[in-house]
Write a protein that binds this ligand. Sequence first.
Ligand code: AGP
Length: 608
Amino acid sequence: MCGIVGYVGENQAAPILLDGLSKLEYRGYDSAGIAIYDGEKIEMQKVMGRLKVLEEQTHGGQTMPGTLGIGHTRWATHGCPSDTNAHPHFNKEHTIVVVHNGIIENYGKLKHKLVQKGYQFLSETDTEVLVHLLTEYYKGDPISAIEQVMRRVEGSYALGIMFLDHPHHIYAARKDSPLIVGESSMGNLIASDVPAVLKYTRSVFYMENEEIACLSKENIRFYNIDGDELKKESSVIEWDIDAAEKGGYEHFMLKEIYEQPKSVRDTINPRLKDDNVVIEELGMSDDEIRGVKKITIVACGSAYHAGMTGKYVLEGMARIPVEVDLASEFRYRNPIYEEGTLAVIISQSGETADSLAALREAKKHGVRVLGIVNVVGSSIAREADNVMYTWAGPEISVATTKAYSAQIAALYLLALKFAKVRETVTQEEFLTLKNDLEQLPEQIETLLGLKEKIQRFANRYLAANHMFFIGRGVDYAIALEGSLKLKEISYVHSEAYAAGELKHGTISLIEDGTLVVAVATQERLYPKSISNIVEVKTRGAFVMAVTNFGHKEIEKTADYVIYIPKTSSYFTNSLAIIPLQLFGYYVSLGKGLDVDKPRNLAKSVTVE
Ligand code: AGP
């Protein structure tokens, strides 16, 4: 996810763009740049690093005079953070310049065609395809050129565009990535999100998919992809600045919980092509995939819990032995490395010291390492032999949600790829699993509607001191993550247990009213799950069950039931975790705690 801004009016544009970008840094902060029309030509400055590097380089924008410009703060997806990969991107003649937020899913094919036509690419980004395509189609009419580009590209985009021979206008286009247009007496603006324009106006237009905007200092025109002019109604923003940075949500964590449909969709879609799973960045031939004898997953915290899910899914689907290790244990237990092992290091930040050390330990013993990482260009991403990015965008809240969901989505894809290559699933099973995978974002969306119901239930447990989460198989992995979410933001002690293990000691802790969250999404294990619920019920527990639509008989045993939509038993983690994330969030909120910055924790644990 990135942040884009644009301005056209009477005032100097550069300071306005820099100010707007500073309000969007939560969307991405590995590099930034601005392009300004100075009366003759389009000047551009862009640099790797936080926005303040660009501010210093341009003396707060003073070195770039002009009243019209666009800007960008980047969260790298394609191409590591660097000056060259930073936006904006020029065409060769410097007559067209573009900033982009989103993912062009067919950029590889388009880039190949453009290179064959003689276009030279300077960056590794998908975005640069757009500026050369615009050059290809531009015959003097910006709207027409933009329409033609929109018809060619697949994926998501929010675009800011300038054409040198239209020096009094900036253009914008949108599909799936957010984009607003602000109208004000000091000029007109475009931005990825409200915070960037609130200082100048509360009157905004929300662009819809496949709409184009043309802004001058006097007016704003909208068009559809067929070039028809549109009449749009403006909205008045009621938020205050602080709320606006969180997109109107009270906390980044809630915002990021709500971004999960997108983070899962952005991680899955570019890798499901026609009837296949395409993970080019895996860097492994089918023979190499067939040659993998064992997978060792190593991670910390929630990434470790994602790895636990990966174990069940990879072993179940691809019939390949999988070990899951805590990185802090792996790096010191002198593990035995077998021929044909693939190490998978999972990390949102890509900077976790234990996980990075585990990666280096594995590589030292000649083990091939795949990183599953969210931050492009991070240490783990750079040092792994290959990296499969989770395109969740920057995650601000210390408690991970959308990155975790993207990690398990990446593991599903890996399992599906291995299963197809190793022929451990029939073509029919593969297509059913692929279809279930594609449904997940929408199913997550429906579960977000449980917000109020979960909040009411959570408010009954604000005074609780102990809770238990239990589950079997994949449900155990879900219980682990649900328990951690609660602990780390609400400070309520909880334990996650393999449901069948509770009776071997810990069940002595169950007393009247103890809340036990029972995750029961594995149909073939329903009877066992029910008997575990009965075990704790007879000792006084209050049981909240999370199970599949249709499994109504559980209501005879559990006290409170949350139903999740039907999906493959491999993928239920992506759905069952939503109510558990919301539960942890609302317990913390109800206790008046700092949800986004819990005590004692850091977003990235870069120390041992
Ligand atoms: C997750 O909610 C926690 N904040 C923490 O367990 C985190 O998952 C762990 O520190 C690993 O971080 P990483 O994914 O950046 O490596």
